[in-house]
Design a protein around this ligand. Structure first.
Ligand code: GLN
Length: 486
């Protein structure tokens, strides 16, 4: 104790592991001790994998003893409980998968295992990734490490809180409508949602398949770049995954933003936004200008329709994806006399209220007589939103915006009003509809010391530019990470 290796960044830990100053076992033990101390208050993990993690760390130490260990060898990570992990329960924060232990690994888990990464646990989330606060978890909400009365954001709230609270060095989340960026912003860590198709989704429990994307959360942009590189790339088992070669993202971090044109969308600075959020984002833009970037005003005229279009498309896809939970093949099985009763009872008992609401909304939007009015129209709006961005990227290299209109809200503040909750995603959703990469990087704090995120959005496969700008901002002093007082 006392060494607190769990506070290191991946870059620092990697160096010290290579120089044999520390072992992965020591590093992993410090993370597990931190988890044991904080979890009763934080609830960032659904399952802690103590024994497995220590065995992986021992194996990593053996690899590190030989030369040329991969970049994440021995690094303790948290994994959102949406990733199938062989032999380790994967619940998706739902009662319906409460007893499900996958017989296989998701491709990204396989890749991280090959790197020698250590998995300390399965992180809490909103049930089936539906939510913006991690309050829709069957295992209770995750609390924000900066203020335990507040939400961590969602749906990857456990992944963000665990990194912010130094329970692990980085984590994996997923982002369908903002689920990496929103919790990253609320918890004061870096989170990147890559371009749609950049990372394999094989073995990732599906929510809305035309929007879902895998991505890392970390304490620095460089660390996020390292994890992204390890998980990205083609996968013969996921035909939606791009074959485009994966760049060495860390090499893109030149610290330079000179000449970069940053678009500032008029529609993203709206009434109802916290003064502190607007101030921090505008302050960051000024700073980037002083470093040689140029800001240009742009317009994304269909922004107003994004939330409506998203909540039609996402729920429609979810209603189809979630049809597989019927009590027959895996997960919860309710007692029943016949098949129909089995389906009904299993689904009635297994799904939480928000998931049921989404299945009903989606089924309605797809049903005969309503399809054209809702689903089809939403798809057309989606095309218009994608075109807005295409046009914008003719005059800029990146778009900068807030991640959310507010800082972390109080637990329970929005649970009674789904629409209010959906509106938390107002600045993140368009990016998923357009399939673009985007990152949240800490850029300030409000009067209550709650973190604020700056969102950097790129054109398709523009991850390097996003990471370069975010890293340059961090190096220039950006916003020094304030460790939560726990
Ligand atoms: N909050 C959004 C939703 O509930 C986004 C969730 C996500 O990105 N997984 O659908």
């Amino acid at each position: 104790m006392g060494s607190e290796l769990n506070r290191l960044t991946i870059s620092e830990a990697r160096e010290r592991l290579r120089r044999r100053e520390i072992t992965s076992r020591e590093l992993t033990r410090d993370c597990l001790e931190r988890i044991a101390a904080l979890e009763p208050r934080l609830n960032a993990f659904i399952t802690v994998c103590e024994t497995e993690a220590m065995a992986q760390a021992a194996e990593a130490d053996r690899r590190l003893a030989q030369s040329d260990a991969p970049s994440l060898c021995g690094i303790p990570l948290g994994i959102k409980d949406i990733y199938c992990t062989r032999g380790v329960r994967t619940t998706c924060a739902s009662k319906i998968l409460g007893n499900f232990t996958p017989p296989f690994d998701a491709t990204v888990i396989e890749k991280l295992r090959a790197e020698g990464a250590v998995f300390v646990g399965k992180a809490n989330m909103d049930e089936f990734a539906m939510g913006s606060s991690t309050e829709n978890s069957a295992f209770g909400p995750t609390r924000n490490p900066h203020d335990l009365e507040r939400v961590a954001g969602g749906s990857s709230g456990g992944s963000a809180a665990a990194v912010a609270a130094d329970e692990c060095l980085a984590s994996l989340g997923t982002d369908t409508g903002g689920s990496i960026r929103l919790p990253a912003s609320f918890c004061g860590v870096v989170g990147i949602k890559p371009t749609y198709s950049r990372v394999s989704r094989y073995g990732v429990v599906a929510y809305a398949s035309s929007l879902d994307q895998v991505g890392p959360l970390a304490r620095t942009v460089r660390d996020a770049a390292a994890v992204l590189r390890a998980v990205a790339g083609a996968d013969p088992r996921d035909s939606t995954c791009s074959a485009r070669p994966v760049p060495d993202y860390e090499r893109a971090l030149s610290g330079e933003v000179r000449g970069m044109r940053i678009g500032v969308p008029r529609e993203y600075f709206v009434e109802g936004m916290d003064g502190a959020v607007e101030g921090a984002v505008r302050g960051a833009l000024k700073r980037l200008e002083s470093m040689g970037a140029r800001t240009v005003e742009i317009s994304l005229p269909h922004t107003d329709y994004a939330v409506a279009a998203y909540y039609l498309i996402a729920t429609a896809e979810a209603s189809a994806n979630l049809a597989r939970y019927d009590g027959v093949r895996y997960g919860l099985r309710a007692g029943a006399d016949n098949n129909i009763e089995l389906y009904n009872r299993t689904r009635a008992q297994g799904f939480g209220a928000e998931v049921k609401r989404r299945i009903m909304l989606g089924t309605f939007a797809l049903s005969a007589g309503y399809y054209d009015a809702y689903y089809l129209k939403a798809q057309k709006v989606r095309t218009l939103i994608r075109r807005d961005f295409e046009r914008a990227f003719e005059s800029c290299d990146l778009v900068a915006a807030p991640v959310a209109p507010t800082t972390a809200f109080r637990l329970g503040e929005k649970t009674g009003d789904p629409l209010k909750m959906y509106l938390s995603d107002i600045f993140t959703i368009s990016v998923n509809l357009a399939g673009l990469p985007a990152m949240s990087v800490p850029c300030g704090a409000d009067e209550g010391a709650l973190p604020i995120g700056l969102q950097l959005i790129g054109p398709p496969f523009g991850e390097e530019a996003i990471l370069r700008a975010g890293d340059a901002w961090e190096r220039a002093g950006g916003f020094a990470r304030r460790a939560p007082q726990l």
